[in-house]
Design a protein around this ligand. Structure first.
Ligand code: SF4
Length: 172
């Protein structure tokens, strides 16, 4: 039996209702196309860190370099340390993955697409979520895309090729 390479996927993209609003964001390209070729490993950083479903929405805030993860509607909520601690424990265990598909615009999972708010104003929409930053820092050679990027067939094919060939080079 041929063993499929494993790729990580933001869990809400697989149709699991784990989002802050109790909904999911199923992505047919991930489920059908990538699911044919890879073993899909579902990961939801916010739920695995211990947050509930549903939960108050959070956003990146306060700083471009080291943003906090605070409540969108209630700024007293701050789950930055909770998610950082989760990343510290979880990310070293992901060294068997050959790629990762992340959910765009998420304050945890977004890669170069997440808004940051400073003093209530959106100052960029091209930042990365806390989990995505930690993943990329630990595995700089890991092929990572967002689900919106693989709508382009060239990007999808490039990702499939890279994830099929590339193995993680280990923690840095
Ligand atoms: S975007 Fe990431 S943290 Fe948010 S629900 Fe999906 S998997 Fe969970």
């Amino acid at each position: 039996m041929v063993t499929k390479a494993k790729i990580g996927v933001s869990r809400c993209l697989l149709g699991d209702a784990v989002r802050y609003d109790g909904q999911s964001k199923p992505c047919a390209l991930v489920i059908d196309k990538l699911g044919e070729q890879f073993e899909l490993i579902a990961i939801c950083p916010e739920v695995e860190a211990g947050l509930s479903i549903p939960r108050p929405p959070v956003q990146l805030s306060g700083s471009l370099e080291n943003p906090l993860l605070t409540g969108r509607d209630d700024p007293c909520i701050d789950v930055t340390e909770l998610i950082h601690n989760y990343c510290l424990k979880k990310i070293p265990s992901l060294n068997e993955l050959s790629g990762f598909v992340l959910k765009s615009r998420s304050p945890s999972c977004g890669l170069n697409s997440t808004p940051v708010f400073i003093n209530g104003k959106c100052v960029t929409e091209t930042s990365s979520g806390v989990f995505a930053r930690a993943l990329q820092a630990a595995y700089p050679n890991l092929p990572i895309v967002e689900e919106t990027q693989i709508e382009l067939s060239k990007t999808l094919n490039d990702f499939i090729q890279a994830a099929s060939q590339d193995k993680m080079k280990g923690l840095v």
